[in-house]
Design a protein around this ligand. Structure first.
Ligand code: C2E
Ligand code: MG
Ligand code: MG
Ligand code: MG
Length: 289
């Protein structure tokens, strides 16, 4: 009998458990916005020449009732499947712009980057959503940068390009996130209206030793420079990576080496400390301390 029970457990479809977990998340996620369970953490983006923090990326976290903090990888797929991504993105935009105004009042000026799911480009009035938030918060639209992944652009180039153009007319900047992972042809860079690419972490991971990764990143930087597109490197974890990228005149860098995503008050302290410019060596010491 005991063996039978075990067998039952063993053969119990794994999917069933996964679906249960997804349903639990879906049920609770409906209440996450009204219950104020969502939080934004901010990760610094540095100018690799001056060592100054010139921007932050807002990264979503979900504080569950049990105190656990969930990363977006766990609940964003559910949010996208259910359409909850629309009210969640509205909340993220509002909160990020509110924080930007608070910082502005404190004398801190940084650019704010917000991630926009590809689902939004198919299902919602992004332009209206962004315009509404800009107007209500009173932020300078050029302080807002919207990050979207390559897949959005590959799948629906014409309509996506129109929507990007609309967003840029509002004054916001547009960045392509995780650049290089979508198998898009590089020629689309010249056809799209974008302000920045963010080179995916996978190209940065072994940049000190991999000659092929070096060649790829160098050509991305050169191509973008010729097209007037700014370049940020993602996932910088070691000083050698930052130094190599700075030597190639990559514009900006982001990664655990410069700072992990953190609550707003912690980031404000860090921005203050680097605001008037710090040589990179000093910044290293600051970050390490
Ligand atoms: P992303 O936009 O590419 O954001 C960068 C992710 O890499 C973040 O993970 C960040 O914590 C992580 N990261 C940054 N530097 C390093 C590093 O040096 N090493 C390593 N190992 N990781 C690093 P996170 O916060 O878990 O977010 C994952 C993804 O979830 C984001 O990738 C973005 O696509 C999505 N996301 C986050 N917040 C939002 C949001 O508000 N809306 C939407 N639609 N998507 C979001
Ligand atoms: Mg991003
Ligand atoms: Mg990314
Ligand atoms: Mg990513």
């Amino acid at each position: 009998k005991a063996a039978g029970g075990n067998t039952y457990e063993l053969f119990r479809p794994e999917m069933e458990a996964r679906e249960e977990a997804a349903m639990r998340i879906e049920l609770d996620l409906h209440r996450a916005v009204p219950n104020r369970e969502l939080e934004l953490h901010y990760q610094p983006q540095l100018d690799l020449r001056s060592g100054r923090i010139v921007g932050v990326e807002a990264l979503l976290r979900w504080r569950r009732a049990d105190g656990n903090l969930l990363a977006p990888g766990i609940f964003l797929p559910v949010a996208e499947e259910t359409g909850l991504i629309v009210p969640i993105t509205e909340w993220v935009l509002k909160e990020a712009c509110r924080q930007l105004s608070v910082w502005r009042a404190m004398g801190i000026s940084v650019r704010m980057a917000v991630n926009m799911s590809g689902v939004l480009f198919r299902r919602s009035d992004i332009r209206g959503m962004v315009l509404d938030v800009i107007e209500r918060s009173g932020i300078n639209p050029s302080d807002l940068e919207l990050e979207l992944t390559e897949s959005v652009l590959i799948r629906n180039t014409d309509s996506a390009n129109r929507q990007l153009a609309d967003l840029r007319k509002l004054g916001a900047a547009v960045a392509v996130d995780d650049f290089g992972t979508g198998y898009a042809s590089l020629t689309y860079l010249s056809r799209l209206v974008i302000d920045r690419i963010k080179i995916d972490k996978s190209f940065i991971d072994r940049i000190e030793e991999s000659e092929s990764d070096q060649a790829i990143v160098r050509s991305m930087i050169t191509l973008c420079r010729n097209l007037g597109i700014r370049v940020t490197a993602e996932g910088i974890e070691r000083p050698e990576q930052a130094q190599w990228l700075a030597r190639q005149r990559c514009d900006e860098g982001q990664g655990f080496y410069f700072g992990r995503p953190q609550p707003a008050d912690k980031i404000a302290v860090m921005i203050h400390a680097t605001m008037h410019g710090m040589p990179r060596d000093d910044l290293t010491a600051f970050v390490a301390s």
